[in-house]
Write a protein that binds this ligand. Structure first.
Ligand code: PLP
Length: 471
């Protein structure tokens, strides 16, 4: 990274951490040269870069100022109202078609589910992996069978402890990513034909897993800021034979919603009352932007009713396929399901991740990653404000890397998806997040990639395509 980029990044951090506030003046070029011991050209280049990202603005004869509105201006979409009743799913073909068309690396990845892989300590992990393979003890092929590598489970238990949750390593089962964890949990507590509750909109892979297992779903309304609606859930639990709930409580995919801590406690009390297990998909929990981690549901799970599913795919090691379930009272069933489904998760990779957690600087990496994502969120939200037509609504997440947008009701985001692809841009259209293909004028955008010129120009193209549909 060159000096001007470093300076721009430092200044960005000061803005995003609230040290430099909206409307405040930045140090003059001359003053900044003295503070940072750099040339006027370096300061000017850094300020240009920040200006192009929409974080600061030049005012004639006055200097540079932090922009008064950091993309906080658009209204938020409202609570969803999914069509009632249960649904026998038939979504997979449709979802696969859309996802496959967006997998080309040449396409601008606004529709991708993955963050930029370049923000992860892959070199360091690679060294741990090489060392794990070199010193691999052949006995580990037996000792590390499910529930999995002991040191990895101990490290995970320590991380739970740091969040105020007492989780024994014995109840943690290592899985091949969170996806396998979700499937195992659903299998452990349902039979084909059973009904489960999901939030609306929801992560499409939960819909696909439910379809594969022959489950029916009931969609519970959710709010793009506060997540699943508890009153609606209470009503559904009273009137339907719900076998399990599959929810995302922190930075949900696609809305980015986060259930407030007090509501999490109320949710767990409600589920205890009905004795219905919660399968919590929590892969984004570590990617919070504020000063504190959200409450971990396991800290409130006195009866072992929560199967807490997560992975390192989003926060540390994309592609390593290491996930886990802290399975409470279902640990034994899930361990057996895992053994009969895939026997074990790749053992040298488990050891490498355990070694990294012990000595690799995970928390330091997370601090940088959170800061970067928070910054990229501002940049993409500003691009929405700048390029998308009036009437666009935008949920501003406090973590994760997805923006959820509601467009004017006449816009068809499935058509937009086709049109955008012809320009080499992917988006995630709303209907893939719904059992009944609702949300036809909603879309999800990924801000897990740096706000490059290519990305910004893709946002301008998307804005123009939407305007065209409305004209
Ligand atoms: C909400 C959610 N859960 C689970 C996954 C999959 O996680 P993993 O890659 O660990 O299987 C994703 C990936 O997009 C996701 O968004």
């Amino acid at each position: 990274m060159s000096r001007y980029q470093e300076l721009a990044e430092q200044t960005e951090n000061l803005i995003l951490n609230g040290v430099l506030r909206p409307g405040e003046r930045l140090p003059s070029v001359r003053h900044a040269c003295r503070i940072h011991d750099v040339s006027p050209v370096t300061v000017t280049q850094a300020y240009y870069l920040l200006e192009s990202r929409g974080l600061i603005e030049a005012r004639p004869k006055s200097g540079y100022f932090v922009r008064a509105r950091l993309g906080r201006g658009l209204p938020e979409p409202e609570m969803t109202h999914p069509v009632g009743g249960s649904t026998q799913l038939q979504v997979s073909d449709f979802i696969f078609q859309i996802l496959e068309s967006a997998r080309d690396p040449a396409v601008v990845p606004l529709g991708s589910s993955f963050p930029s892989p370049y923000r992860y300590p892959l070199d360091k992990l690679g060294r741990f992996l090489a060392s794990a393979a070199r010193k691999f003890d052949p006995q580990a092929t037996l000792t590390d069978l499910p529930p999995g590598n002991e040191e990895l489970r101990r490290q995970l238990a320590l991380r739970y402890l740091a969040q105020g949750a007492t989780v024994s390593p014995q109840e943690i089962i290592i899985t091949s990513g969170a996806m396998e964890g979700l499937n195992l949990c659903l299998q452990a507590v349902t039979q084909p034909g059973d009904l489960i509750a999901i939030e609306s909109p929801t992560f499409y892979a939960g819909l696909q897993a439910s379809e594969r297992l022959g489950l029916k779903v009931i969609e519970i309304p959710s709010h793009p800021r506060d997540g699943v609606n508890l009153a609606a859930l209470a009503d559904a639990l009273r009137h339907h034979p719900i076998k399990a709930c599959l929810f995302m409580l922190n930075f949900a995919n696609p809305t980015g919603s986060r259930v407030p801590d007090e509501s999490k406690k109320a949710l767990l009390a409600l589920l205890r009352q009905h004795d219905v297990p919660l399968i919590e998909d929590d892969v984004y929990a570590e990617l919070y932007f504020g000063p504190h981690a959200p409450l971990c549901s396991k800290a409130e799970d006195s009866t072992g009713l929560v199967m807490h599913v997560s992975s390192f795919s989003k926060c540390l090691a994309p592609g390593y396929r290491i996930g886990w379930v802290a399975a409470g009272r279902y640990a034994r069933q899930i361990q057996r399901q895992k053994l009969s489904l895939s026997l074990a998760t790749t053992i040298p990779v488990q050891i490498a991740v355990a070694d990294y957690l012990k000595q690799g600087g995970f928390d330091n990496h997370l601090r940088h990653l959170r800061q970067t994502l928070a910054m990229q969120e501002v940049v993409l939200a500003q691009a929405v404000e700048r390029h998308f037509p009036a009437g666009t609504k935008l949920a501003r997440p406090k973590g994760g890397y997805f923006l959820w947008l509601e467009l004017a009701a006449r816009v068809d985001t499935l058509l937009l998806h086709q049109q955008a692809l012809t320009h080499g841009i992917s988006i995630a259209p709303g209907p893939i997040f719904s059992a009944k293909r609702e949300f036809s004028h909603y879309l999800r955008l990924n801000f897990g990639h740096p706000g490059s010129e290519r990305l910004m120009s893709a946002m301008a193209t998307l804005g123009a395509l939407i305007a065209q549909q409305l004209s």
